[in-house]
Design a protein around this ligand. Structure first.
Ligand code: SF4
Length: 345
C-alpha cells in the first residue's frame, strides 16, 4: 500500500488532540444514532442539531421505534429544523431497515447509499463511524477544504470538478484510523477552514496548503455568481381567543408538509373556510424567511375570536397559545406565535 499522505496523518494526529470528542453522537458504533446525526447535520449546524437529536432519541430510541411511529409524530419532532424532506426520508429509511434488513443495518457504503435520504457522502460517514470502513466523505465543508488545500480550480458543482474531488478524497483515505480521519475532516471544515476567515494559523495541514501559500483562501472554492432569488409572499391569520390559537395541518407534500401552521389566506376567506366570525384584523410586522430557492415574506394578521366553535373542517385544531410555538410548527411560524403569546401575557 502507498505511504500515507501527510494530509491524512497530520489530520488524524490533530483530531486526536484538538478535534471534537464530546458530541452526543460520538463514542458510539450504533449505526442508528450515527445515521440520525448525519441526516440532521446536513444543512444544519451542530449547536442547532443537539437538542433535536436528544429529543428525537428519547422518543424514538431505535430504528424499530422510528419505523413504527406515525409520520406526523416524526414531522412534529423535526419541526423547526427545516428541510422537511429529511424527516420524511428518515421515516421511509427506518421502514426499509426494518422490512428489508430485519433491523440490521447494511455495512457497505454502496448499500447504505441506496436507502432513502442517504447520499454517497452520508453513506460513507455511517460506514466509517459505525463499521470502520475506509470510505470517503465529500460534503460541502470537505469540498471547501480539499479545493483550498490542493488548489482545485473550477466550480465544485460541475461534473468534472466533482469527479476530481471524489478521486482526490478517495486517494487520501488512510490505511488506519478512518474514524479519526473522517471526524478530523469534519472538524477542520467546521472549526478552522471555515467559509470566511479561515484560521490558517491553527490549521494542522497548513504546511502543504496551496491556498494558504498563494493567499487564495478567499477565491477557493470557486463560487457560481449569485442568481437573483425569487421572492414570494404568504398571508397567515393567527386566530386566538386569548387562550388558544387555531392551527391547521398542511398537506403531507409541499412547503412545510405535515406541519401545523396558522390558516393561510386573507382573513375573510379564512373566516368563511373555518366557519368563524372574526374580530377586527390587526396586521403584525412581516417576517422574512430564506428557503434554499426562494425568500418568503410572511404577512401575519391577528384576529381575536370569543370562544367560538369551529366548523368541522378537517385538519384544524385549537392549540394552547402558551405552548403552540412548540407544537410541531416551522421555525418562522414559531417566532410569530411567540410574539402573539407574549403580547397576550
Ligand atoms: S491552511 Fe487555511 S485554507 Fe488551508 S486547509 Fe488550513 S485552514 Fe484551510
Amino acid at each position: 500500500m502507498a505511504a500515507p499522505h501527510p494530509f491524512s496523518t497530520q489530520l488524524i494526529a490533530w483530531q486526536k488532540v484538538a478535534g471534537r470528542h464530546d458530541l452526543p453522537w460520538q463514542k458510539t458504533r450504533d449505526p442508528y444514532r450515527i445515521w440520525l446525526s448525519e441526516i440532521m447535520l446536513q444543512q444544519t449546524q451542530v449547536a442547532t442539531v443537539i437538542p433535536y437529536y436528544l429529543r428525537f432519541l428519547a422518543s424514538f430510541p431505535d430504528v424499530g421505534a422510528l419505523a413504527a411511529a406515525p409520520i406526523e409524530a416524526v414531522i412534529a419532532h423535526w419541526a423547526g429544523l427545516g428541510y422537511y424532506a429529511r424527516a420524511r426520508n428518515l421515516h421511509r429509511c427506518a421502514g426499509q431497515i426494518v422490512a428489508v434488513y430485519g433491523k440490521k443495518w447494511p455495512e457497505s457504503e454502496e448499500l447504505l447509499a441506496e436507502l432513502p435520504g442517504i447520499g454517497r457522502s452520508t453513506a460513507a460517514a455511517i460506514a466509517a463511524f459505525a463499521f470502520g470502513r475506509r470510505a470517503a466523505i465529500l460534503d460541502g465543508n470537505v469540498k471547501r477544504v480539499l479545493c483550498r488545500h490542493f488548489g482545485v480550480a473550477g466550480l465544485p458543482g460541475t461534473a468534472a470538478v466533482h469527479r476530481q474531488l471524489w478521486t482526490l478524497a478517495e486517494s487520501l483515505l488512510p490505511a488506519h484510523g478512518i474514524e479519526a480521519y473522517t471526524q478530523g475532516l469534519m472538524d477542520l471544515g467546521a472549526t478552522l477552514c471555515t467559509r470566511s476567515r479561515p484560521r490558517c494559523a491553527d490549521c494542522p495541514v497548513a504546511a502543504g496548503c496551496l491556498a494558504k501559500r498563494d493567499s487564495r483562501q478567499g477565491e477557493l472554492p470557486e463560487r457560481r455568481p449569485k442568481a437573483a432569488v425569487p421572492r414570494r409572499r404568504a398571508s397567515f391569520v393567527l386566530i386566538s381567543d386569548g387562550r388558544r390559537l387555531l392551527l391547521e395541518r398542511r398537506p403531507p407534500l409541499g412547503l412545510w408538509g405535515g406541519l401545523l401552521v396558522p390558516p393561510e389566506g386573507e382573513p375573510a376567506a379564512v373566516a368563511a373556510r373555518c366557519g368563524l366570525a372574526l374580530g377586527e384584523a390587526q396586521a403584525l410586522p412581516p417576517l422574512e424567511h430564506a428557503f434554499t430557492h426562494f425568500r418568503l415574506t410572511l404577512e401575519p394578521v391577528l384576529c381575536r375570536v370569543d370562544g367560538q366553535t369551529l366548523a368541522a373542517e378537517p385538519g384544524l385544531e385549537w392549540v394552547d397559545l402558551a405552548t403552540a410555538a412548540e407544537a410541531g410548527v416551522p421555525a418562522p411560524i414559531g417566532k410569530l406565535i411567540r410574539q402573539v403569546a407574549s403580547a397576550a401575557d
